[in-house]
Structures are given as structure tokens and as C-alpha cells.
Write a protein that binds this ligand. Structure first.
Ligand code: RAM
Length: 335
């Protein structure tokens, strides 16, 4: 490929057709870099499966996956710096901080790189589009409903989140609090919010801390795939199954055994494969000029159809789907 593009470039110069350095030739693959919150998080491995599926459909696209070992903005800034040097065509990113990434993302965009954030957004100035898996208010009310079901409508609940700066978790927790303030959930009391930083060990320790310091606790709500699994293990290890339930957002593949042993009754999530697939298609349409990312525009995203760009240049996918012992098996093999 490289050799071919050099040949074509030389031909362009010889023929004097005004080709410029950096021109993308048909033979030069479009490079799309997926940058995730942290490596090793299964949610993002599923999103990357979707990205690869999209790249296959597009043809001449090379998609890669990177992420810092721990979910920090600093780690992602370093990665974006290197992607700018590599002259990728697009960055598809789940951000560890809405604001800290704006300057580096702006720099990338000034160099012609299309930036699409998905899952956890960058503030509007630092990306062309933000793709939300679901409407944040819907996620918040879903979390409240799940917590209420698990608690039997009344009692103390606590939140175990990812990092304190995560755009998505903070939005969802904000909406959960709004839902808890309504009369429907007046008997649920939020007694603590702690952060496991989307690290298994820290999430586990924080969950143990909640269980030991809040003896009346009925539910841990973890709106993170890493946190919910760690919390479920903590409940079993502390012999609290049947007394404390874990719910939130997680992967059927990771939670199947925790649903089977009773530490989780039900939880919710959207399809991370579809999320990564759609974000990658959107980035591709921006790179090829098929889309601009303007308000009201419908961006074609393969099998997902046209995705509408809404206010603040955000697009929204589907409603969170609820899983329990009745349907988890079917999905546990997919994500
Ligand atoms: C974790 C990440 C991700 C979130 C999922 C539900 O894997 O924090 O951002 O969307 O959980």
C-alpha cells in the first residue's frame, strides 16, 4: 500500500495534476484510531469489535485500538499527541474528562483530524460529534428504577462510580439524583458516592468499604461495567447475598455468574458493539466528506441507518435494555 501510494504520488507530481502532500489516495488506507478510557476494559473491547466490523464494511480503512493503562486524561493526551504525529485521519474517543482533553483535541482538529467522541464525551469545542449510547435522563431514571426494584422500594443505597471526572458517569449520576428527588423514590436514601476509577481492585475495595461502613445498605448502584462486577464480587465475599444487591450498568458476559448467585437481580446496558460500530461509521463519513456533523444532519451509519445530529452536536442511540436471569444467557455470549 505504502509503496503504491508513493508511486501514485510521484506520478501525480510528474503529471503535474496539483496533488499535495497528505492527499489521501485510493490505495492509502484511512486510519481511524479508537481511543478508550483504559485498556483491558471489556466494554471497550466490545466497542472495538463494532469498530472492526464497520471498517470491514468500509473497505480501505485501518482501525486501531489504544487507551492508557489507567483511565486518566493525561494518558489520553499523550496518546492523542502520538496520533497527531502519526497523521491519523480520525480519532474516535471515549473521554476521561470533558474539559481537559479540549486543547489537544482542538490541536488534532486543526491538523485536519476528525474527532468523534462516543460513550463519554469531550465538551463541544473539542470534537465534531458526541455519540451518546442513550439519553442521559433515561439512564438516570433507569438506574433509579433498578435500585428501587433491588431495594424493594425503600432503604439506603450508594453509588460506586468510575472516575470522578468521567463525563458519562457524572451525567448519569446527576440524572439519578434528579430521579431520586421525585416522590416516586422518596423512600430511597442515597447515603454515599464513591469512585473505583474503573479499576477492578479499587472498585472492589470501595465496595467493601461501603458494605462495612453502611450496615443498613440495601443496594450498590454502579453505572460502570468495571465497578458493577467488582461490587458483585464484594457482596458475595462479604456474605451479603440476599441482604445487599448490586445493580447499574454492566456486561451480560461479566455478570452472568453474579446474577446466578443472587448478588445482582437485574441491571441495564446498551449494545457496546453497535456503539463502537456507529461511532466509527460517523468518523468515516466526516473523513470522506459525506457528512459535516451539522445540527439536523442524518449521518449514514451502515446497518444502524441514519443517525441524527441534535443540539450541541450530540447524537443519541437507543434506550438502556434491562437484563436479569430470564434473558442474560442469550446475550452473555455477545458482549
Ligand atoms: C465502563 C466505562 C464506560 C461505560 C460503561 C457502562 O466500562 O466507564 O464508559 O459506558 O462502563
Amino acid at each position: 500500500m505504502r509503496k503504491l501510494s508513493k508511486v501514485l504520488f510521484a506520478a501525480g507530481v510528474v503529471l503535474g495534476v496539483g496533488l499535495q502532500a497528505g492527499t489521501v489516495f485510493a490505495a492509502d488506507p484511512i486510519k481511524i484510531a479508537m481511543v478508550v478510557k483504559s485498556s483491558g476494559n471489556k466494554f471497550f473491547l466490545a466497542a472495538y469489535d463494532g469498530a472492526k466490523e464497520a471498517a470491514k464494511e468500509m473497505g480501505n480503512v485501518n482501525v486501531t485500538l489504544t487507551g492508557p493503562t489507567t483511565p486518566t486524561a493525561e494518558g489520553q493526551i499523550e496518546i492523542i499527541n502520538s496520533l497527531i504525529a502519526q497523521k491519523v485521519s480520525a480519532i474516535v474517543i471515549s473521554a476521561n474528562d470533558p474539559d481537559a482533553l479540549v486543547p489537544i483535541a482542538k490541536r488534532a482538529m486543526q491538523r485536519g483530524i476528525k474527532v468523534v467522541s462516543f460513550d463519554s464525551g469531550i465538551a463541544e469545542g473539542g470534537r465534531a460529534i458526541q455519540l451518546n449510547p442513550s439519553d442521559s435522563a433515561l439512564v438516570g431514571t433507569k438506574l433509579a428504577a433498578l435500585a428501587s426494584d433491588a431495594a424493594g422500594g425503600t432503604g439506603d443505597i450508594a453509588v460506586l462510580s468510575a472516575t470522578a471526572q468521567a463525563t458519562n458517569q457524572n451525567l448519569w449520576i446527576g440524572e439519578l439524583k434528579k430521579a431520586l428527588a421525585t416522590s416516586q423514590y422518596s423512600k430511597l436514601k442515597l447515603v454515599a458516592t464513591v469512585y473505583g476509577d474503573d479499576q477492578t481492585d479499587k472498585s472492589y475495595r470501595e465496595a467493601i468499604g461501603l458494605l462495612r461502613s453502611h450496615t443498613n445498605l440495601k443496594v450498590i448502584v454502579a453505572p460502570t461495567a468495571v465497578g458493577i462486577t467488582a461490587a458483585a464480587k464484594a457482596v458475595a465475599d462479604e456474605k451479603k447475598i440476599g441482604k445487599v444487591y448490586v445493580t447499574g450498568l454492566g456486561l451480560p458476559s461479566e455478570l452472568e455468574r453474579h446474577v446466578a448467585n443472587g448478588s445482582v437481580k437485574s441491571f441495564a446496558i446498551w449494545n457496546p458493539v453497535d456503539l463502537g460500530y456507529t461511532a466509527t461509521w460517523m468518523a468515516y463519513q466526516l473523513v470522506t466528506g459525506n457528512a459535516k456533523g451539522n445540527l439536523g444532519e442524518k449521518i449514514p451509519a451502515g446497518r444502524m441507518g441514519g443517525i441524527m445530529i441534535g443540539p450541541r452536536k450530540e447524537a443519541v442511540m437507543s434506550e438502556p435494555f434491562t437484563f436479569d436471569s430470564g434473558n442474560i444467557k442469550k446475550f452473555a455470549t455477545i458482549f
